[in-house]
Design a protein around this ligand. Sequence first.
Ligand code: HDD
Length: 694
Amino acid sequence: MSKQKTPSKSAPRDQQTGTAGELHQIAGGEHGPLTTNQGVALSDNQNSLKSNPRGPTLLEDFILREKITHFDHERIPERIVHARATGAHGFFELTASLAEHTTAKILTEVGVRTPVFTRLSTVAGGAGSVDTPRDVRGFAVKFYTKEGNWDLVGNNIPVFFIQDAIKFPDLIHAVKMEPDRGFPQSATAHDTFWDFISLTPESMHMVMWIMSDRTLPRSLAMIEGFGVHSFRLVGQAGQSTFVKFHWRPKLGLQSTVWDEAVKIAGADQDFHRRDMFDAIAAGNFPEWEFAVQLFTQEQADAFPFDHLDATKLIPEELVPLQVIGRMVLDRWPDNFFAETEQVAYCPANIVPGIDFSNDPLLQGRLFSYLDTQLSRLGSANFHQIPVNAPKCPFANHQRDGHMQMAQPTGRVAYEPNSLSATSPRETPAQGFRSAAVAETGERGRIRAESFADHYSQARLFYLSQTTHEQAHIAAALVFELSKVDHPHIREAMTGHLRHIDEDLAKRVASGLGLDTLPDAPAAAAPVREMAPSPALQIIGKMKDTLEGRKIGILIADGSDGAAVAAIRKAASAAGAAVKIVALKVGGAKLADGKVLAADGQLAGTPSVLFDAVAVILSDEGARTLLTEAAAVDFVRDAFGHLKAIAADKGGQALLKTANVGQDAGIVDAGDADAFIAAAKTRQWEREPSVRTLA
Ligand code: HDD
């Protein structure tokens, strides 16, 4: 019997060969030999070694065993939270110096570009979960500064659920899939989450944020980022100033609506990852402004809340933001596992000139991250993995351990020593120093009185929203609590809402079908009125641009090519990416007989993948699509998701079949300018005509 062999047409370009601890990539072009990890070239990568052509495989086959063993160990423990993520390289550039407040070079050297690796994540779902659940987004940035790595490990929401790190395991156990049944994946809409929340009044401010559309971002390039905690900047004279860090997206803030997010999850599980991959590939690099809020101890003492409490934000109206830099993500990782998976952030990674505050949530985090990396990456040497290693020189006397990649020379591995003139020493002048802060008071497991107000900022957030956003918050609460089986949990939550806003509580009670409004629980501190902060809205922060957005044009045989071209031209000029959608990916034959290839087949390219759509159809094309559910859904969903729709006569026929009404967002396909203007926003006024919100 002849040996079955399937020669591989293209041998791996990026095959690695090992030499003395260094890994070399073989450049493209010449194919190097495929080898074992010991460097032995393989003659056959298609067949295992057998005693005869139809006989058992031999244990002696070291090539098979090595390959399968390595494969069996390819997975490492995923992150207990923030397992699902998108990461990219880029740079941070300082535009205004904070030299008055800090010695940190990253915050004082204007114009210098510092490399970064940024990882944007969901929280609750596993590594293989979808990109678009209702969830907080993690916003973690590793700055490879000249003075060591600085990790700013934040979220797209400026506050957190809990005030003390000791509650974190309970919070996460409550939100994760329920342990007896193993579902729901990546969702807060279930009993254990809302049970914990309803018994944790300090989470009410965060609840307002997560029930807002902030947790349904349109793109990762359209989220804000927050360092959450107060940190300290430490100046030349040792003086310290409190600081909160903020990221502001260049493309503005934008979210999807809930029904859209749910449908995106089916249409493209990797919606956000693909969006960033495409953006970077096209040279449309995601960019954020970096801003700080600076304040003194005296100012902090006068705030009507405690800035050390991570469930509180400092309204911009109280302490304005100063923009001091920008971050651009301009390079997709070479390898997802090596970089996005193995990157290890830690809030304890700071550099001289920056220090921690006493926020008890931050203090717990300072322990947790290093600990988790040891279990996740399996070795105390994880800092040697390229994505984690500082890009400045680093040297100490730490030695050995699993997966040690360094080969230190010499007999000295301690300090002080008199045997080596070159071994690293402490450097009092430029080395890291903690801010000199006097601490007083009694030791104990005590929650400060100043942490007692759980509702005022929740109320501030809710009352700062537009009416559309308030309706979305109410509807989200009704949706989530309707998934809760236990009536007492629904009632307890509705009771809390009464402290936030009586009208909100009534809307939610009505949406849940509660006969009477439940009593509000006793509040630990009176609810204060605060001036609304429009900076907390999403709608107010949408930018008048189509950059980073996508327009879909639905065509069929007989479509008017000139109309398609005009819309494509106007949308491209406005910065949007334009995709043609047709029944077949091969495209459609236009009225002039030319074939226009499609970017997406209709069945796999629903309108949820676009920010606005155009429907350009001949009478014949319209007739064909009237009986295609995917075409009817295409326009019905675009309408339901409050998007602009441009339609010609044939397009209008499809709209009619889909029962799509006429409003300011439905424009004539011949008026490209009107379409572009409408596409830059959502048609909020349409919403009451397409769904009942709470
Ligand atoms: Fe955390 C990961 C953000 C509270 C313990 N956290 C993690 C990541 C982000 C945050 C963005 C993912 C980093 C990455 O991309 O690899 N976490 C936050 C924020 C918090 C917060 C903004 C509150 C302000 N976290 C928090 C507490 C604890 C943890 C209180 C524990 C006491 N977080 C972890 C962790 C993770 C983590 C278990 C999982 C994977 C990892 O660290 O690297 O240690």
